[in-house]
Design a protein around this ligand. Sequence first.
Ligand SMILES: *[C@@H]1O[C@H](CO)[C@@H](O)[C@H](O)[C@H]1NC(C)=O
Ligand SMILES: *[C@@H]1O[C@H](CO)[C@@H](O)[C@H](O)[C@H]1NC(C)=O
Ligand SMILES: *[C@@H]1O[C@H](CO)[C@@H](O)[C@H](O)[C@H]1NC(C)=O
Ligand SMILES: *[C@@H]1O[C@H](CO)[C@@H](O)[C@H](O)[C@H]1NC(C)=O
Length: 398
Amino acid sequence: MCLFWMKTAQVWRLGVGDMPILPGSRHRPPLKRPVWIIVLVSLVSIFLICAYVYPPRSSTACYMFSSNGCKVFADWLPPAPAREYSDEEIASHVVIKDILNMPPLESKNPKIAFMFLTPGTLPFEKLWDKFFYGHDGRFSVYVHASREKPTHVSRHFINQDIRSDKVVWGKISMVDAEKRLLANALKDPDNQHFVLLSDSCVPLHDFDYVYNYLMYTNISFIDSFEDPGPHGSGRYSEHMLPEVEKKDFRKGAQWFSMKRQHALVVLADSLYFSKFREYCRPGMEQGRNCYSDEHYLPTFFYMIDPGGIANWSVTHVDWSEGKWHPKSYRAKDVTYELLKNITSIDESVHVTSDVRKEVQIRPCLWNGMKRPCYLFARKFYPETLGVLMQLFSNYTTV
Ligand SMILES: *[C@@H]1O[C@H](CO)[C@@H](O)[C@H](O)[C@H]1NC(C)=O
Ligand SMILES: *[C@@H]1O[C@H](CO)[C@@H](O)[C@H](O)[C@H]1NC(C)=O
Ligand SMILES: *[C@@H]1O[C@H](CO)[C@@H](O)[C@H](O)[C@H]1NC(C)=O
Ligand SMILES: *[C@@H]1O[C@H](CO)[C@@H](O)[C@H](O)[C@H]1NC(C)=O
């Protein structure tokens, strides 16, 4: 209602002294002077009241108010105040800002934390054992087994199970498990970088390559892109307002790797996390589904530290078949050529889920240089273990 009045009032304001060109005015009976002055004065007053009570808040609002953009208003209205933040938001912003500005924790013995999220026994423990061999002291391992107690075959994995809880696919319990892994891994001050892996993930390079790739950069590899389609912003709920706006809603694969400050920020956040816990879940209103593990971290980091994330994940997965699940490799698929193909990819690809199916291709830049994007890959069936063990020393040789 105010919108309508403001529009009308603006036409009047611009048209003052130029009455005859107002649309439609030619066919109206001429108003007597006192009448149109009263009408004009009241319209202008309503407009001013409206403009005062509902100042244009964003550029979208400006477009709604005036097709000339905001200029007309900006010249004579006081600057629009930012939204008033709640106590929780103010507290959250200062905590996040301070953590992000903290210098990295000095460590004489910096380590990478490998955090495995698995239902039970890890099928590729032997392969990882080969990967870790000879690098004791430069990594730590954490296993969150959500369904059954795993049996371990590698000494690097024995006694590395953390207390776990049930994980339901697509539900917030998935993010809870990720946070549980981060909390346990953060207890060791030597851990500087935190990699989340699944039971179907395998390494694509040798340990030194992975260590240097993750340690000698100051960004986190968190996948994040804007998907205006039904499987992206279509999952957004306005209940997340005012803290999370639709324009900030992002999507990305859950398999992250992050630096220590980012891991701390994730544990420090309860405000944004609670928004996703309540309003981004499977089976919400009108049968809409939202999956927090695909949206919480991509959105959160886009909002708080967009320049601090790479926007792609170092774990490769092949969605090119366009099915509900990514391609899973069988033993017969795994060849030297396949692994070389994956390790040579140096551009990240995102495809939107709207009708346009827009393909966004970006070079993978590591400290400003174009580099292969991926350190790990999924999804591999357990039957591929043998062939991967045979090929490992070959395909990881650069
Ligand atoms: C990372 O380091 C580079 C140079 O060393 C610096 O320009 C950049 O601002 C840093 N980025 C972050 C997110 O700290
Ligand atoms: C990631 O994307 C954000 C927003 O789209 C951008 O500001 C940021 O620079 C990107 N990060 C890198 C490392 O390019
Ligand atoms: C490897 O990549 C080449 C060129 O893109 C392609 O022709 C070939 O089929 C790929 N091989 C495998 C095993 O994926
Ligand atoms: C790895 O295997 C391929 C194909 O079997 C072979 O051509 C290549 O020479 C091998 N490379 C190394 C470093 O052993």
